[in-house]
Design a protein around this ligand. Sequence first.
Ligand SMILES: CC(C)(COP(=O)(O)OP(=O)(O)OC[C@H]1O[C@@H](n2cnc3c(N)ncnc32)[C@H](O)[C@@H]1OP(=O)(O)O)[C@@H](O)C(=O)NCCC(=O)NCCS
Length: 382
Amino acid sequence: MNKAKESGAGSAVSTGLRGVVAASSSIGDVNGEKGELIYQGLNIHDLATKSTFEEVVFLLWNGRLPKRAELDELRKNIAASYELPEPVATLIKTFPADAEPMDALRTAISALSFYDKESRDLSRAASIRVATRLTARFPTTVAAIDRARNGLAPVKPRPDLNIATNFLYMLKDELPDEFDAHVLDVALILQADHELNASTFTARVVAGTLADMYSAVTAALGALSGPLHGGANTAVMKMLIEIGSLDKVEPFIKDALANKKKIMGFGHAVYRTEDPRATHLRRFSKDMGERKGDTKWYEMTAKIEELMKSAKGLLPNVDAYSASTYYVMGIPLDLYTPIFAISRISGWTAHILEQYADNKLIRPRAEYIGPRNVPYVPIDER
Ligand SMILES: CC(C)(COP(=O)(O)OP(=O)(O)OC[C@H]1O[C@@H](n2cnc3c(N)ncnc32)[C@H](O)[C@@H]1OP(=O)(O)O)[C@@H](O)C(=O)NCCC(=O)NCCS
């Protein structure tokens, strides 16, 4: 952290905290130059091709991959917590049908704290149990929100299904295609952690006050909802729909860039080369399109990729191809960010556990640029 302010030596502001190292963490690392992402030392490409989301959850929380019995135990504990406490299931039914799903999710997750007797116990053992309940209940909550706004009763979660399969099952009230469930499982792995991104940093700031995990996660959901962070995937799909067809991509992008508009799904605060998550999602977008006989959205995204690379040297990030992948899977546009949250809850909770284990209040300084010594004018004389 910059010590200049404390020493009175003047301040060097890093706008947006770029380049500032604000925590030591063993959870994940992003090497922007190499395009490398690791979780607890394991390369994301290995995890994306060999692992499961539940294994990654264990890895993020415990710093190593689980043995079979440990994974079985975690799966059992997650499945046992899939169901929502009845008052929260009822609360969801009272939300306005046109509520943004991220707002609904934030409110429901915050309400879950009322029904968790361990929420104020910040010991590691209790916090792992709270994290397990949160991880189990995010998908149930998102599915219940979508069904409630469509006037449908929630689908009871099935403890025999993994998180990805169960989510798609609860969303549509039918067992998903195996490929769809696999793609979602890998998408959850890919989005699980990304070092001190805005929502994770938010979660750590709140946990750093020794507030409970629900408060930290609720705040993180707020940060994730913004279009510059988790909201970008929905924005990508809206843009593709607005463009409409492959032949209109080029004029649209040229016009947008000429007008200094940002193209969602491209560019990254850290990666200067290919975002390794985009590598897998590009493949899924193509495969999913081919399987469902609708490759148009993949082709349009690929064309945008080509244009953005030559015009601005900007590359696709995690959101560019997740949009078309989810769209072709039949997932409503405004659930893309809640799905990101279903994944990222694992990273948030890992960071909160790490923050609790070695806590220091996070309290940076601001460079004051306002006036000083302003005389106080009584109200009737202003
Ligand atoms: C992610 C993001 C916020 C990173 O931003 P950053 O590191 O702060 O980079 P900046 O916003 O300062 O951009 C640097 C330059 O590239 C341009 N740029 C960055 N991303 C761009 C995009 N998606 N479309 C068009 N131009 C872009 C900026 O306009 C700026 O150009 P300038 O130097 O001529 O002003 C930014 O790339 C962005 O807004 N992308 C779109 C949103 C998105 O996909 N977010 C999800 C991230 S996972």
